[in-house]
Design a protein around this ligand. Sequence first.
Ligand code: AMP
Length: 185
Amino acid sequence: MELTEEQQKKLQEKLKNLSPEQMQELIKQQCIFCKIISGEIPAKKVLETNNTIAFLDINPANPGHVIVVPKAHHQILPQIPDSEILDLFNSVKKIASAAFEAVDAKGVNILQNNGPAAGQEVPHVHVHVIPRFDEDNFSFTWEPKKLKEEQFDEIQKRILSKIPSSMEKIETALEEKGEVKPRLP
Ligand code: AMP
């Protein structure tokens, strides 16, 4: 059923007036992975912990392809509190380990898409655990971008500047190699 123009206007007005908490609740109500977590829609679960669940991907890249998700709704990885990361990646590790025996995988790829530009379709953080087999006709290769040394240096500096905790350690090493100017005392 299509909404009339009048109904659409009213709806947009309502959405504009929602608090951030109400907006978050609305997003949760629409989220397919939140619905799997609450049991509202079925999924073939393979692991559950206090903070994560894992279930078979409905459109697997290979047999045994599993999706691991935090139970709390976060859209992309940088939004997950540090306290939830360990549980999430412990679960990823368990699923990856199980894949070697359960489906006789010869390797495993871990894939984690953030944002539409990266191919994220479901806006709830998730990690793909994809078992790999010899000649499974599946490829993660890319055409390398050609960057000059100065471009690598510039990118390194920009990333470092956003991670203060590692900046000092790495900058000291770069200073010792004479690749950046020593800092003022
Ligand atoms: P992404 O492109 O990283 O957002 O991947 C989302 C993944 O979720 C896709 O591989 C889908 O096949 C999978 N998916 C979507 N809906 C369901 C569902 N109801 N049950 C299991 N997997 C799903």
